[in-house]
Ligand binder design. Structure first.
Ligand code: SAM
Ligand code: SF4
Ligand code: F3S
Length: 455
């Protein structure tokens, strides 16, 4: 590691927006800054270096960033006498130097492929007492952020990117423009990293990619995701999850590998986006309503008890009431255990941004609320079905509102709450498996007593 003497001893804080890719990248930024001698602090106000890892998938994320970065201008200056503000992630990649036109107090801009350059840019900004700007979009970093040191948010869970970028170009989506084309990591590197993580005490991994099902296609000429699941299952890891899965690429081999690898959790996030074949066509999703339902049928035939979750966009340009009702009926038919629902957000530069749509916002908002109510109802029903059963929970720590209540997730990824047993501390149980008997089923979580001992 090259030394950056001016950074040693400074404090830093990272604010992360967006998806798991950004969460993972933030852990790498944190690891990198630790290795340069900086020290993490809990709030941006007390930090010498504030890093924003940004997201532009929807408009709300954009406006939030601009508000938060601007508010750092008025925050009191830290003891070192100068605060550096760095903007990374997808807005940095998209806007590059233009960010400074809107927020002049930004010192460093670094693109999604330029994480490794951050310490150098911060040091330069300090030395020159000037604003260093580098989006590094032209010279993509050949490695993966995964090659950098990591400071994991949780010792027992790791994000494990298996690929970056996306080739799908859904017509509403900005991601392919800010994360580049699909690039898969070397198969053996992923397996080896998982083995290291297991030795390091990690019990659950989440394999990451915008479309994990096509893992390997660019590097090996054919997808190797099914093979990867089986190989990672042999590493001694307790739990495997993965996201995201594009329905058009979920193969029979992958379904079989999921069913036959006990470490793969009985849970699948399979973004449908809409229940209307016509809207799916305009979204360039490359499957129909019927294809999706058939896929769900195949998945449930292989894994009858699997919990399915999804992403849905309401108000794609030109969506009619009939199209929307098709979405409601698909959601009812599949009985998703949970769903992320979004109102369509126009993203400049995407094909859908050119479609003129006069549907009033109130109509879209009303559809969104109907969908949200249905999703909540189905989530509650899925939780009620667990009543009386005993679920294995990987404990994450105390709940934010009550230190005597611990929180974790079941194999199906349901949030589970249980009371801290007498004579035990949260530390004793964090990162361990416990069994919880489900006595209560709320809409968004399960609750009950811990039974038996921790493993
Ligand atoms: N690659 C993943 C996939 O296809 O499943 C998801 C990537 S994106 C980060 C997460 C979700 O954001 C998408 O599934 C979609 O529902 C939503 N999304 C993407 N672009 C959007 C837009 N312009 N407006 C509203 N929601 C959007
Ligand atoms: Fe966006 Fe579609 Fe790629 Fe997902 S698959 S990141 S929604 S373009
Ligand atoms: Fe957002 Fe970038 Fe992820 S736009 S959703 S942080 S890939």
């Amino acid at each position: 590691m090259v030394d950056y003497p001016h950074l040693v001893g400074l404090t830093y804080h990272i604010k992360t927006f967006g998806c798991q890719m950004n969460l993972h990248d933030s852990e790498r930024v944190s690891g990198l800054l630790d290795s340069c001698g900086l020290v993490e602090v809990a709030t941006p106000e007390e930090a010498d270096v504030v890093v924003f890892m940004t997201c532009c998938v929807r408009e709300k994320a954009d406006t939030r960033l601009y508000g938060q970065v601007s508010s750092m201008v008025s925050a009191p200056v830290p003891p070192s006498g100068r605060r550096l503000v760095a903007v990374g992630g997808c807005i940095a990649q998209r806007d590059g130097e233009n960010i400074r036109k809107h927020i002049p107090n930004v010192d460093v801009v670094f693109g999604t492929q330029a994480i490794a350059r951050l310490p150098y840019l911060l040091e330069q900004a300090l030395l020159d007492d000037s604003h260093q700007l580098e989006a590094d979009t032209a010279e993509p970093y050949e490695g993966f952020s995964t090659d950098l040191p990591s400071h994991r948010a949780q010792s027992f869970h790791a994000w494990l990117p298996i690929m970056t970028g996306c080739n799908n170009f859904c017509t509403y989506c900005i991601v392919p423009y800010v994360r580049g084309r699909e690039r898969s990591r070397i198969f053996e590197d992923v397996v080896m990293e998982c083995e290291h993580l297991v030795r390091d005490g990690v019990r659950e991994i989440t394999l990451l990619g915008q479309n994990v099902n096509s893992y390997g296609r660019d590097r090996y000429g054919k997808p190797r995701f099914a093979e990867l699941l089986r190989a990672v299952g042999q590493t001694g890891i307790g739990r495997i999850r993965f996201t995201s899965s594009h329905p058009k690429d979920l193969s029979d081999e992958t379904i079989a590998a999921m069913a036959e690898t006990p470490q793969v959790m009985p849970q699948l996030h399979l973004a449908v986006q809409s229940g209307s074949t016509e809207i799916l066509r305009r979204m360039n999703r490359k499957y129909s309503r019927e294809d999706y339902l058939e896929l769900v049928h195949k998945i449930r035939a292989a894994m009858p008890d699997i919990a399915l979750s999804t992403d849905i966009i309401v108000g794609f340009p030109g969506e009619t009431e009939e199209d929307f009702e098709q979405t409601l009926s698909l959601v009812r038919e599949v009985e998703f255990a949970s769903a992320f629902t979004f109102i369509y957000s126009r993203r400049e530069g995407t094909p859908a941004a050119k479609i003129v749509d006069n549907t009033p916002h109130e109509v879209i908002q009303e559809r969104f609320e109907r969908l949200a109510a249905l999703v909540a109802d189905l989530a509650h029903k899925a939780n009620v079905r667990e009543l009386g059963s005993t679920v294995e929970v990987l404990v994450e720590g105390p709940s934010k509102s009550d230190a005597h209540v611990l929180v974790g997730h079941s194999p199906k990824n349901q949030t589970v709450h249980f009371a801290l047993p007498d004579g035990m501390s949260a530390q004793d149980l964090t990162g361990r498996y416990v069994d919880v008997r489900v006595d209560e089923a709320k809409t968004w979580y399960l609750r009950g007593p811990m039974v038996g001992s921790a493993r």
